[in-house]
Design a protein. Structure first.
Length: 584
């Protein structure tokens, strides 16, 4: 079945749901109800609050409506007729009044077999011809949420009912199984179970507290990140967290981005702002001295923590936060260097993602929008460089016509996780705006002052969002090189605690992350606990191991390795860590 056909079915089911709700709850005011990815929703102002306990009754009423084999009939009406038909329904009247003067206004009516009107709604469509085209066993109402009318928190709070609909019951069953797997991998749940991080609303929404386990993972990631950046010709910068208003006025953030910035603070009778971006600070470093073409390209990277105001309603675990650390870099180069630099950034991006096991990657090339800055020649040169880099990489790609920022074209890389979900992560963004605003120059071969090209680049995006995606991709069972606990040493009894400590000590001397399980619990309980913590290797030691200087190795998935000498096991795990092997 085509996506278009499935979307039509879902939109039709949403109307059936709205009809059922208005039948069951007289006095309900209906807002909007589109189809969405994997389903549909409808917003209502109800005469009484409803809960998940009401959903089965609504589903039962929907099935009755489907069994009535109602026709969907499109009717075109005048604005006056539309207002008359929806008198007393303020949400519909508002939508009608906002339509362009020359807009065609359509209503979809649901009619019974005898032609009588069962229900109607203002709608562009399309819909199925008859409810018999909807499979009564292939839809399900999922949950209820609050939603402000038109997304405006100053407007009425509505009840939004979400549902899903498919062609067949088999498709529905597969989707529900997928959702169960999504729930198992939810980074918010696993973050708590694995003791990685926490969020404290009472201390500030959208701000992440990294626990020791999460801290270990961040150190492993950041050490890898820094080493690879040095290896790839970058220098690493550290810049302040706040800057005077002059900086943000010059950059344009106070003009274009202020609603996403935190309020100013007064210091020495000057307004300061916490930074939402790192780039103006990097430019200030560039301007501390003059530059020649011989100095370029400059590749400057920073793990810079920034703060952006996001509405509380969109905050979501690690994936949408207010304070985050950007995997950030800026490349300042001559026009002749642009092509090679973009190719290198793209190569570096793919290396990073494949190191973490993400292989299904697609590029999107976003070109010049209608409202933009910069000379057309620069846009053309930059877009050609981006396109050439994508084509040379062999990545599948799509053109996002007009999707660039006002200050330059860009490449977005989207990766698919283990469940096939697509995430937008890497961005390679040209900027023709900031070099002009800050009057950045270099002396070219001809002795003339010229404007350099500037490329913003984030390989992993923000570390917080990257960790959220990675937790869900691996389901918390991380590759050994980045796992917070790599080895757990478990004595079979208290008598072997000393040997367990010796084993742990030698493994720690190899810079492995080791826990020693010396509690009073039985050995099998300790193994189950370590499996729950998703520790890659569990080393069990008893009399035989102590006598022979060996270890018995159990993997978190239940498999066992042949007994090894302690030094041999240390070499084995150290090799996995050094090679960043994705398999145990």
């Amino acid at each position: 079945m085509s996506k278009e056909r499935l979307a039509t079915i879902r939109h039709s089911v949403s109307h059936v749901m709205a009809q059922a709700v208005t039948r069951l709850f007289p006095g309900t005011q209906v807002a909007i109800g589109p189809s969405i990815d994997n389903g549909f929703y409808y917003d209502f102002l109800l005469p009484r609050p409803i809960t998940a306990e009401d959903l089965p009754a609504i589903e039962a009423e929907m099935k009755k409506i489907i069994d009535e084999k109602q026709d969907f009939v499109r009717v075109v009406v005048s604005r006056e007729e539309a207002r008359k038909r929806f008198a007393g329904e303020p949400f519909k009247l508002e939508l009608i009044d906002e339509l362009p003067v020359d807009a065609e206004i359509s209503i979809y009516e649901q009619r019974r077999a005898d032609g009588s009107l069962a229900w109607a709604d203002l709608c562009r469509g399309p819909h199925v011809a008859n409810t018999r085209e909807i499979n009564s066993a292939a839809f399900k109402l999922m949950n209820i949420a609050g939603a402000y009318w038109r997304g405006d928190e100053k407007r009425p709070m509505l009840s939004r009912i979400y549902g899903t609909a498919w062609e067949t019951p088999k498709d529905l069953k597969a989707y529900l199984a997928f959702l169960e797997e999504v729930e198992k991998r939810d980074h918010r749940r696993l973050g708590k179970e694995l003791d990685l991080y926490s969020i404290h609303e009472e201390a500030g929404a959208g701000l992440i507290y990294w626990h020791p386990n999460g801290g270990r993972m961040r150190v492993a990631l950041e050490n890898f990140w820094r080493a690879e950046h040095y290896r790839n010709g970058y220098e690493i910068l550290y810049t302040p967290h706040i800057g005077k208003s002059w900086l943000w006025e010059t950059s344009g953030h106070l003009g274009f981005y202020k609603e996403n910035m935190y309020s100013s603070m007064e210091i020495d009778q000057q307004d300061y702002y916490v930074k939402p971006m790192n780039c103006p600070f990097h430019i200030m470093i560039y301007k501390t001295r003059g530059h020649s073409y011989r100095d370029l390209p400059l590749r400057w990277a920073e793990l810079g923590t920034v703060y952006r105001y996001e509405r509380s309603g969109v905050l979501h675990g690690l994936l949408r936060v207010r304070g985050f650390t950007q995997d950030d870099a800026h490349i300042i180069c001559t026009p002749d260097q642009v092509m090679d630099e973009i190719k290198e950034v793209l190569r570096f991006s793919l290396f990073m993602w494949k190191t973490f096991g993400f292989k299904d990657i697609k590029a999107y090339l976003a070109t010049r929008p209608e409202k933009s800055v910069g000379e057309q020649e620069r846009w053309d040169r930059a877009t050609t460089a981006l396109r050439g880099a994508i084509e040379e990489s062999g990545l599948p790609w799509e053109l996002d016509e007009g999707g660039g920022a006002f200050y330059g074209p860009k490449i977005d890389l989207k990766i698919k996780d283990a469940l096939g979900r697509e995430w937008q992560m890497t961005t390679i963004q040209f900027d023709f705006n900031l070099p002009e605003r800050f009057d950045m120059t270099f002396v070219d071969k001809d002795g003339q002052q010229k404007r350099p090209y500037m490329v913003h680049r984030a390989l992993l995006g923000s570390l917080e969002r990257f960790f959220g995606v990675m937790i869900e991709h691996f389901g918390g069972a991380f590759p050994v090189w980045i796992a917070p606990e790599q080895v757990a040493v478990i004595p079979v009894g208290e008598a072997f605690n000393d040997y367990a400590k010796k084993v742990a000590g030698e493994l720690k001397a190899r810079e492995l992350r080791v826990s020693t399980e010396l509690g009073e619990e039985r050995m099998n309980a300790k193994i189950r606990d370590c499996q729950g913590r998703k520790i890659p290797y569990m080393v069990v030691v008893g009399q035989k191991e102590a006598d022979e200087g060996t270890v018995s190795v159990r993997l978190r998935d239940g498999r066992q390795l042949a007994p090894m000498k302690l030094a041999e096991f240390a070499d084995y795990v150290s090799g996995k860590v050094a090679s960043r092997d994705l398999e145990l």
